[in-house]
Design a protein around this ligand. Sequence first.
Ligand code: BGC
Length: 444
Amino acid sequence: MDRERLIFPEGFTFGCAAASYQIEGSGSMRGRSIWDDFCKVPGAIADGSDGSVACDHLNRFEEDIELLAELGVDSYRLSFSWPRLLPEDEQHPDPEGIAFYTKLLEALNAKGIKPMVTLYHWDLPSRLQEAGGWPQRATTDAYETYARFCFDTFDHLVNTWITLNEPYCSAFLGYYYGDQAPGIRDLRQAHRAVCHLNLAHAKALEVYRTGGYTKRIGTALNLFTPRPKDLSKENLEAAERAADHGARLYLDPILGLGYPEEYLSKFPSDHFPILEEDLELLSRHEPDFVGINYYSESVVKADPTSPFGFDFCGTDLPKTHMGWDIIPEGLSRQLRYVHERTGDIPLVITENGSAWEDSIEDGKVEDTRRIDYLKRHLEVCREVVEEGIPLTGYYAWSNMDNFEWAYGYSRRFGLIYVDYQTQKRIPKESYHSYKRIIARNKER
Ligand code: BGC
């Protein structure tokens, strides 16, 4: 089969995704975020870099949008930088921040590219972290005010809203493992962050649904779904624990199913500041879709020494430059698992992609492994659509190389190569391949 003939039902959305801190640059023209602070910690970022310049997207967004238009995507997922819009507090928006996002959204709409906007993709204003960050309930109030401000200011220019990107990472990588901002290592804080991130999502939905706005609103989750190393009883149980920790903790509350009690019962109750009214709010509104960010599948085994009762297993599968296993079939397992819980709620792949050690030869980047990864995952998407799972879109991560968090600029996920010395954009072969796939889907 010619895999470039990946044909999806009419209306399936093809997109690309990126996030504010990873691409925008112009760091001195906005408020400080936890990522500005984290990047200053010696050793926190592999190459000692930060997002102060990144892809200089703030000054080059027109060229970047032109490249998206040439690619032919239906939609572009971007995120707002909270500290660019509200640098000092939630009451005083920065007119320059508003002007930038207005121009960006207008330019996308002018090209017929539907903006999907993530309200929060990890760049919490430092002022809120200084007051305790996500482990504090007050952060959910600030987020609610920020969300209302964004809806009031930009809803007419936005097609789809995403409340949060990957609450698992915000909570556990940020507050437990400490390898992402704000770099804290405290399980209680991580668990409290989970509860407040879920609550923040519910508050944004409440504001949206009661405020007379009419676009779609959902979330973007990265999940560990049950995948035991083998079928031994202890590893099967460990896989369920992993799914409690890495999936049900986020998915169940926002679907109004409450928190996984068994997970909660293993930790002191002050880890989980959940009020009755929070659960009521969480169950009041369903998201219009659930976004899934999928890169790999976590294979686990029992580990009694871990507070979570499981550990990740190494495998001998081929890996990307991130060291992540390539498991396209894991995506179908994950979509089925989520679909069992979400039923009719549409699902969207809000991120999927791979990092490779790209190099330019004769002006070209022959990234055949990225093309293979992309096609294999798109093939799985098409299979699950045929199976009847309501998967309605796919966003490749990322349209261009960018600041890969703790890896700095040492990992490239883009369909477009960015030369960080000159800021030149060079479409890779994967860009042309994705472009052909999209074009064939439009030839009807
Ligand atoms: C994040 C992106 C990140 C990507 C690759 C996701 O966890 O949402 O911001 O660049 O994975 O690591």
